[in-house]
Design a protein around this ligand. Structure first.
Ligand code: SF4
Length: 302
């Protein structure tokens, strides 16, 4: 049963981070963007599918091949549509920003709808580390400060774990604890151009254990029961089971298959009942395996 999706509202970014999966593969193209009408069709399809299958929650990440806040109007449209059409409160959203574009108007909006959409910030640790793989640490931190002035709490962070993170794990943990960042989603860096930065899944899990042992940082991956989502977030692979990646170019099993025509599931406006049928041709991998690694890279590790 599909019960989660990533929705890539745009395909453009204001930064040029060296880690970026989409930039490295020249997949960024600002013309490829979902219109508000496209988004309404997608949400309509998801709600119809969820109701008919008795789902109490359908989780949507407004994340993908770009910085979502470059198209803040699209996010507003999503929330306005949901307020109007989702009387049963089925849809639950989160989005992740690089933090450099947030302003008071945006944050007041996110605060007003905080029960419906969570706003997370990407921050990979202290300045030198963050600016190595990403960009504009100071601007990101300013965005976080503005968030705090309105929410009166630290935001949830997303941190990409690379070889550099692991080599500096004491500094990274100290940084987060000292600055009182206690809720962090750690994701494993994969498919980077710089092979020296990549880590395997065992190293990623060892890092999570190290963070866990600090007893000061809460992270989603620390929960004992793992859900079908993605191995790189410390969960289990959801391909062929629970999740899909929705873009203007079509629907794919996950973001790593973006623009791979052999793995395109359907056009973005296809009914979810049809999508669920097509998804059946993907035999889910065993717990602990990654579908992409197994079938595209012919490897069983990450
Ligand atoms: S195929 Fe790999 S990268 Fe994609 S959702 Fe599954 S575990 Fe994650």
């Amino acid at each position: 049963m599909i019960d989660r999706a990533c929705l890539s509202v745009n395909n453009q970014c204001n930064l040029n981070c060296c880690y970026c999966y989409f930039r490295q593969r020249n997949l960024i193209n600002s013309d490829e963007m979902l219109s508000e009408d496209d988004i309404s069709i997608i949400l309509h399809n998801i709600l119809g599918y969820s109701r008919q299958n008795g789902l109490s929650m359908f989780k949507m990440g407004i994340v993908g091949a770009g910085e979502p806040l470059l198209n803040f109007e699209k996010i507003k449209h999503i929330i306005e549509y949901t307020k109007r059409e989702d009387a049963d409160n089925i849809l639950a959203f989160y989005t992740v920003t690089n933090g450099t574009l947030v302003n008071e108007e945006m944050l007041l909006f996110f605060h007003k709808y905080k029960q419906l959409i969570k706003l997370n910030f990407s921050l990979d640790g202290h300045k030198e580390l963050h600016n190595y793989g990403k960009e504009k640490y100071d601007k990101t931190l300013n965005g976080i400060k503005l968030y705090e002035s309105i929410f009166h709490e630290r935001p949830v962070l997303n941190c990409t774990v690379s070889r550099k993170t692991i080599n500096n794990k004491e500094t990274v943990a100290r940084y987060y604890i000292k600055h009182n960042f206690r809720n962090i989603n750690f994701s494993q860096l994969i498919d980077a151009e710089d092979k020296d930065l990549m880590i395997n899944h065992r190293e990623y899990q060892d890092f999570l254990q190290y963070v866990c042992d600090t007893k000061a940082i809460v992270f989603r991956q620390g929960r004992p029961k793992k859900s079908y989502d993605c191995l790189t977030y410390g969960q289990l692979c959801g391909v062929g089971r629970t999740n899909i990646f929705i873009t203007r170019q079509g629907i794919y099993p996950c973001s790593r298959f973006y623009k791979n025509d052999a793995y395109k599931i359907a056009d973005f406006n296809t009914s979810f009942f049809k999508i669920a049928n097509v998804l059946k041709k993907f035999s889910p991998v065993k717990d602990g395996e990654c579908y992409y690694n197994k079938h595209i890279l012919n490897r069983n590790d990450l």
